[in-house]
Design a protein around this ligand. Structure first.
Ligand SMILES: Nc1nc2c(c(=O)[nH]1)N[C@H]1C(S)=C(S)[C@@H](COP(=O)(O)O)O[C@H]1N2
Ligand SMILES: [Mo]
Length: 250
């Protein structure tokens, strides 16, 4: 197995069936009761079984896409956001709360002063386009160490400033991805402050999952025990609206 890449494992039906079966045997019954679709469940099990900390591929400057398109919302309409945009996000704050022992708010300056990670990765949108970009930001694990998750925390919900017809965008990840070394809150893209189109002032990069998980315009991160109380209960805006997989493993 060690010779196979994750992608070949996932696309090689024979191998993935074996892995799926093996994963099913070793994972607890409560895990298997999770309401995941079969392809989604297979990706989740495979990542968790053989790739808990596997890294997404990182690229070189030479690989960067000359044009990284935007998608989804590119200009949040709320007056609150508009005001922050006009003042270069000087008074904007990221709220981190929910099941944490010390809820905190972080200014953009405070986030930019924290140790940052830079990674050149490929963004894959479910609609069929990809782009390679350079992202710099605060490892989510470093932020979480400042608020301390309570033992009951299981998920992080990202609440965004933008909306579709009045419904705000939101996404969520589990704690394996939250503490993954490539999971960062990016404030910088291609060595420039993150543009409004790409999610200013702060967006998630969770590199082992598809584009719609990469929440832009993050205003608040909430630690929760379940996803039941968020949106319609499937953990994300598109998951709730059109049934996209919650675990969008690549
Ligand atoms: N808040 C918010 N985050 C979002 C979206 C959105 O509409 N709103 N679109 C998602 C989708 S489908 C994709 S492909 C990427 C697009 O990121 P980009 O605009 O930087 O290319 O953002 C994701 N995150
Ligand atoms: Mo997307």
């Amino acid at each position: 197995m060690a010779l196979l890449t994750r992608r070949s494992v996932l696309t090689g039906l024979g191998f993935s069936t074996i892995i799926g079966t093996t994963a099913g045997l070793v994972l607890s019954p409560s895990f298997r009761d999770l309401a995941l679709g079969s392809g989604e469940k297979l990706a989740y099990q495979t990542h968790r079984l053989i790739g808990r900390n596997a890294l997404a591929p990182e690229f070189t400057e030479a690989d960067m896409s000359p044009d990284f398109r935007t998608n989804g919302n590119t200009m949040p309409k709320s007056s609150d956001y508009q005001r922050h945009m006009e003042t270069d996000f000087a008074n904007w704050q990221l709220q981190v709360d929910g099941l944490v022992s010390t809820p905190k708010a972080f200014s953009l300056a405070a986030l930019k002063a924290m140790p940052a990670r830079t990674q050149i990765t490929r963004h894959d949108c479910v609609e069929g386009w990809s782009a390679i970009g350079k992202w710099t930001g605060v490892p989510l694990s470093a932020l979480l160490s400042q608020v301390t998750l309570l033992p009951s925390a299981r998920y992080l919900v990202l609440h965004c400033a933008d909306d579709f017809s009045g419904d705000a965008y939101y996404e969520s990840i589990d704690l394996v991805d939250a503490f993954h070394p490539q999971t960062i809150l990016a404030h910088t893209m291609n060595d420039q402050p993150l543009s409004v189109g790409h999610g200013a002032p702060l967006r998630l990069r969770v590199e082992r999952q598809l584009g719609y998980k990469q929440a832009k315009y993050i205003m608040r991160i909430e630690a929760t025990a379940t996803l039941a109380a968020t949106g319609l209960g499937k953990g994300g805006f598109w998951e709730d609206q059109i049934g996209y997989d919650w675990y969008a493993g690549i």
